[in-house]
Design a protein. Structure first.
Length: 314
């Protein structure tokens, strides 16, 4: 009789273990460390599609949890789903804290019916769904942080360019600033055009899956493309204006260069006749240094600044 009972129990135990395989996908919900998962996920610079795939996978888990039956029938035995899940979650969390070894004792699983079984099953489903939503929110927060930073970088560039392009062009320094802004637009245009789309899609994704999103951010992302296109248009207007005023500023630049050439010639003559290299002047260095050397050092510094500035303006 003992052998017969042992055979029946072992056979039933194998069937029960097979029936419990359906709960394995949920173990990671409470066994994995969110910080470790976050670090591993971000280490390979994930795309927006990868963020969305993770969020969709948790959406599917929620659907699967809602479809879990209240009881699992194995032969003549009815396993109460809620008690199974509660026992497994409790055991796994104790394992994580190091309080007991991994063990699944089938004798601890309640078999049969219970007056509170329906409410217990629903409570466990809600608990699982809460765990799933926490993981879904983790990936949503990571995506939001990444693309919010990219959006802020673009708005910083737009603000900088807007200030430079909106400044009236009165002299050659203003021309240089305007040309610098136009050069930055050319260098950044393709890069920004490629990133604006994913930024917009990321916020649409967050709204689609009902993840937390600040209203101010949603409003800013709606104006991002318009703001960038407005800067490009403003740049085109400034470029056309520069073409119109080019002859006037070119004439001024050439006149300044001629004046500079005369100043350099006068400087070299004066330096050779009165500068620190004049014969005999080194016999009293304390007297000649302040009065003779510093003026030429000052003039040389000014000349260098003029050459650098003129080169940029041209």
């Amino acid at each position: 009789m003992a052998i017969l009972w042992s055979t029946v129990i072992n056979a039933t135990k194998m069937e029960i273990n097979k029936a419990l395989e359906q709960f394995k996908p949920y173990h990671a919900l409470w066994e994995c460390d969110p910080e470790v998962i976050e670090k591993e996920f971000l280490s390979h610079d994930p795309s927006l599609g990868e963020f969305e795939n993770e969020i969709v996978s948790y959406e599917m888990k929620i659907e699967d949890i809602n479809e879990i039956a209240e009881f699992i029938t194995v032969g003549s035995i009815s396993l109460q789903t809620g008690e199974i899940l509660r026992y497994r979650i409790k055991t796994s969390r104790l394992i994580t804290s190091g309080q007991l070894p991994i063990c699944l004792d089938l004798d601890r699983i309640v078999m049969g019916t219970c007056c509170n079984c329906t409410s217990l099953s629903e409570q466990l489903k809600l608990s699982l769904i809460a765990e799933v939503k926490a993981w879904k929110m983790l990936y949503g927060t990571l995506a939001n942080k990444r693309y919010r930073n990219k959006m802020e970088e673009i708005f910083d560039i737009i603000e900088e360019l807007s200030k430079k392009l909106g400044r009236p062009i009165k002299d050659l320094d203003d021309v240089r600033d305007s040309m610098s802004a136009l050069g930055k637009i050319r260098n950044k245009e393709i890069e920004i055009d490629m990133i604006i789309g994913p930024i917009e899609e990321s916020y649409a994704m967050l709204a689609k899956f009902e993840l937390p999103l600040l209203k101010e951010e949603a409003e800013r992302v709606d104006t991002l493309r318009y703001s960038w296109e407005k800067i490009i248009s403003q740049g085109s207007e400034v470029q056309s204006h520069l073409v119109e005023i080019q002859p006037t500023f070119k004439k001024t630049l050439l006149e300044n260069v001629e004046i500079f050439k005369d100043e350099v010639e006068n400087f070299m003559k004066d330096y050779e006749n009165n500068g620190p290299m004049v014969t005999g002047i080194l016999t009293s260095p304390i007297r000649w240094f302040p009065s003779t050397f510093i003026p030429y050092l000052y003039l040389t510094s000014n000349a260098y600044s003029f050459v650098r500035s003129t080169s940029a303006r041209s």
